[in-house]
Design a protein around this ligand. Sequence first.
Ligand SMILES: C[S@@+](CC[C@H](N)C(=O)[O-])C[C@H]1O[C@@H](n2cnc3c(N)ncnc32)[C@H](O)[C@@H]1O
Length: 290
Amino acid sequence: MTVHPQPGAAPSGSPPDPDGPDATRERERWTASADAWDRWADPMADLADKLNRPLLDAVGLVEGERLLDLASGAGEPALSAARRAGPAGLVVGSDLVPGMMTGAIRRVRGTDGPAPSFAAADMTALPFADAAFDRVTCRFGIMFVPPVEAALREVRRVLRPGGKAAFMVWGPRSGNGLFAEIGAVVAGHLGEDGSLDPLFRFAGPGRLSALLQAAGFTSTAESDLTPVRKAPADQPFWRAALEMSFGHRLDGLPPDRRAAIEADIARRFAAQAVDGIVPVPSHARIVVGG
Ligand SMILES: C[S@@+](CC[C@H](N)C(=O)[O-])C[C@H]1O[C@@H](n2cnc3c(N)ncnc32)[C@H](O)[C@@H]1O
């Protein structure tokens, strides 16, 4: 099965959401963080899979189907989806920032068996034909798109009738201990720049569902995942999150300032440890539209 490119399809006419992020700043952030995402993709693969499985279950992906993954970054969940869709299926991963997909392309080279192909694509103007896919996924990406209504209309357009889309977003900052704690330390050292705010844009229950309905999805459902990770206090379990989510702020920082930030993060988590274990709560939400 081929997915026919359709250059210039469905240009966005929506004004940006006033609560949404700034497009230029987002592109710069992800370009600056791309190396860290590549570096951490393999060490984080098992944790990533714990989120990919419920997302792929929610979207209902089965063998032989065609799935488009938006904002794939270093390949999540596109690589897991390709394994599930199998040799008779088709998985296309995509991202606005080509550098973010460097890790995904590297990881595909080391994969035996079904693997996705990757294409640079802005989800507000997708280069794919109408009804080209059975399923669309997007893990922790939709919140970074200023004209989100345009992106959701594009998702509806590339889905076949009866197809489904599933988005994974973050719940409230207070339920996401890793971001909350690291964010507080980074802001204490470097000042608050608001770059964490977009992560929680769809933290309010029902917010993304309402936008999906406005974009033409007739049924929506939301479910929450609230795992608590038990992390060893004597290990820098927080470093991946620091480099992936705050890498654009650490770039070019003198080593002593970086070391001071890391020491404060380690101290902050150590203070929460019970018998050497730090409980790290997280809160993600899966929003499905059909
Ligand atoms: C937090 S990362 C998520 C990566 C991956 N899905 C994951 O869960 O590991 C967010 C990604 O959204 C991408 N992104 C931001 N705006 C986008 C847009 N308009 N179209 C497609 N991708 C976009 C960024 O380049 C970045 O790779």
